[in-house]
Ligand binder design. Structure first.
Ligand SMILES: O=C(O)c1cc(=O)[nH]c(=O)n1[C@@H]1O[C@H](COP(=O)(O)O)[C@@H](O)[C@H]1O
Length: 236
């Protein structure tokens, strides 16, 4: 069975900010209320990879959310380059060829970096999936991609907590489930469609939740991070 994860380690704050200065100011304000940060497109393309190394050096955990998807050789080599940063997680889109290449890059690098397969984005509902050419309902597509990820040896799955129970049944107890689309009660949903509260996510067997705007846009981000951690702790 996997090691127990503390409620604070379960919260991953998405640093979707325009600059590393802005991100570092937010991390200072949050203080010890969080220790795990996600760097995605916005910050990653604005100096975020250098910040990632600094954060790892300072004892934080980092999730590189770069959602790689390309020909196999490019993905494998990209993963090998990123593995040296010392991040805990890296995302790739959950297409079998892409996941096999990412697993090969991870294994060649041997740094302990874990690969997460992004199944179906939490901003998609069934109509969005249909528009993109998929006949399956989102939940079935998520389960199929999670099964492929597990068979390939991917370390964890990104999906909505709404599908966590179905995904857990497919991937077993040892792989991770990481869920964005988290909205504490009373916070704005924005462009997300498959949203779940922190407590519901814990009750459905999720390992980590990713929270961006509800924390980064809060009047008091430290207080919001603490409330989310407390809500998870009470639900576990
Ligand atoms: O891979 C991700 O992290 C991700 C996958 C997904 O399906 N949905 C999703 O929202 N994300 C990311 O999770 C974060 C959610 O941010 P908020 O909607 O502001 O909480 C963003 O940085 C997204 O890029």
């Amino acid at each position: 069975m996997p090691e127990p994860i503390s409620p604070r380690d379960r919260l991953i704050v998405a640093l979707d900010m325009a600059s590393t200065d802005e991100a570092e100011r937010l991390i200072d304000r949050i203080g010890d209320a969080a220790c795990f940060y996600k760097i995605g497109y916005r910050l990653g393309y604005a100096g975020g990879l250098t910040l990632a190394e600094r954060l790892v050096g300072g004892g934080h955990k980092v999730f590189l959310d770069l959602k790689l998807h390309d020909i196999g050789n490019t993905v494998e080599e990209g993963v090998q380059s990123l593995a040296g940063i010392g991040a805990t997680f890296l995302t790739v889109h959950a297409y079998p060829q892409t996941m096999r290449a990412a697993a090969a890059g991870r294994d060649k690098a041997g740094t302990g970096l874990k690969i997460l397969g992004v199944t179906v984005l939490t901003s998609y509902d069934d109509a969005d999936a249909q528009e993109a050419g998929y006949a399956l309902p989102v939940a079935d597509l998520v389960a199929a991609r999670a099964a492929a990820a597990a068979a390939i040896g991917i370390d964890g799955i990104v999906c909505s907590a709404a599908e966590a129970a179905q995904v857990r049944a497919v991937i077993g107890p040892d792989r991770l489930i990481v869920t964005p689309g988290i909205r504490p009660a009373g916070t704005a949903i924005g462009d997300q469609k498959r949203v779940v509260t922190p407590a519901e996510a814990m009750r459905s067997g999720v390992d980590h939740i990713v929270v961006g705007r509800p924390v980064t846009g809060a009047a008091d981000p430290r207080d919001m991070a603490r409330r989310i951690v407390d809500e998870m702790a009470a639900a576990l």
